[in-house]
Design a protein around this ligand. Structure first.
Ligand code: NAI
Length: 327
């Protein structure tokens, strides 16, 4: 049987953690033949550590055959030791009335510390996914704090936006969501993201031609996908958790095990592709094989798409500039 791999999860006692850990432990992320050791990080606060203990008791009570170890941590320097996969879920999202500078400063501190810890103790091949918001900028901060690790190993979660877009397109066309190919989401995980179905197909037929309604794209589809998180908070009184955890599973599984040529969306550091400045943590369409992602290149960018990309890029660069002094 395979050698166990180490999977670190931060914010492990939070609501995404609760929807995520059981699926990692059951083999949905890395395969039904891959044993895992969970290295769970929570803040030192007694309430959080107690909640983490409760989650661990439940993980034990599942008796998952693939779960060969569980550790509770309050320090990233031990939580990230030798870790092969790191899912950085815990963060400080923007609270009511919170200033942007305050938000960026708090997360700057969290993700600088965690990036440094990954740099010091994680596997040299660690694959890092940042879920905690502002996800792209937090991933950028962690990447900058980890100069000894490959920058390409730091990614941000755009997959929830991608899955939301796919679901809206399936509903609009009356087709199966599983049959949608070649969907792309560009930019920041925020309402400025640009979900782009110009290249999408279902059973080989063009989704754009099938829908044939540019007003729907601009006035219904993009705002629906962009504001979906807010709509869920309004309906549930809590932010999306199960769908976020599901997207994290999809992101890591596809990165580790490959997509068989299918396009998925990942937030990754730019190497200048599509005119995005280097190092900006940007949502791109990618395919994955052999544990590596590859940007889908050569796509035509029309005027409207360029406007959308410029807008989400400007927002990201604003965030990035806002944390420069913290790095
Ligand atoms: P939550 O508040 O239920 O849980 C977060 C947990 O993280 C808490 O238990 C907290 O104690 C812990 N935590 C905070 N700082 C930490 C640190 N420095 N180290 C370790 N643990 C820490 O929040 P929830 O619902 O689980 O969401 C987590 C994050 O994911 C939020 O920032 C949220 O905005 C974000 N999110 C991102 C999505 C995406 O698509 N990228 C989608 C949905 C949520």
């Amino acid at each position: 049987s395979k050698t166990p791999v180490r999977v670190a999860v931060t914010g492990a006692a939070g609501q995404i953690g609760y929807a995520l850990l059981f699926r990692i432990a059951s083999g949905e992320m890395l395969g039904k033949d891959q044993p895992v050791i969970l290295q769970l990080l929570e803040i030192p606060d007694e309430k959080a550590q107690n909640a983490l203990k409760g989650v661990i008791m439940e993980l034990e009570d599942c008796a998952f055959p693939l779960l060969v170890g569980i550790e509770a941590h309050s320090d990233p320097m031990t939580a990230f030791k030798d870790t092969d996969y790191a899912l950085l879920v815990g963060s400080r999202p923007r609270g009511p009335g919170m200033e942007r500078a305050e938000l960026l400063a708090i997360n700057g501190a969290i993700f600088t510390t965690q990036g440094k810890a990954l740099n010091a103790v994680a596997s040299r091949n660690v694959k890092v996914l940042v879920v905690g918001n502002p996800a792209n900028t937090n991933a950028y901060i962690a990447m900058k704090a980890a100069p000894d690790l490959p920058a390409k190993n730091f990614t941000a979660m755009l997959r929830l936006d991608h899955n939301r877009a796919a679901s809206q397109l399936a509903a609009k066309t009356g087709k199966a969501v599983a049959d949608i190919e070649n969907l792309a989401v560009w930019g920041n995980h925020s309402p400025t993201m640009y979900a782009d179905y110009r290249f999408a197909t279902i059973g080989g037929a063009s989704v754009k031609d099938m829908i044939n309604d540019e007003a729907w794209n601009r006035d219904v589809f993009l705002p629906t996908v962009g504001k979906r998180g807010a709509a869920i908070i309004a309906a549930r009184g809590l932010s999306s958790a199960a769908s976020a955890a599901n997207a994290a599973i999809d992101h890591m599984r596809d990165w580790a095990l490959g997509t068989n040529g299918k396009w998925v969306t990942m937030g990754i550091p730019s190497n200048g592709e599509y005119g995005i400045p280097k190092e900006v943590m940007f949502g791109y369409p990618v395919t994955c094989a052999n544990g590596e992602y590859k940007i889908v290149e050569g796509l035509a960018i029309d005027e409207f798409s360029q406007e959308c990309i410029n807008k989400t890029l400007a927002e990201l660069q604003g965030e990035q500039d806002g944390v420069k002094h913290l790095l």
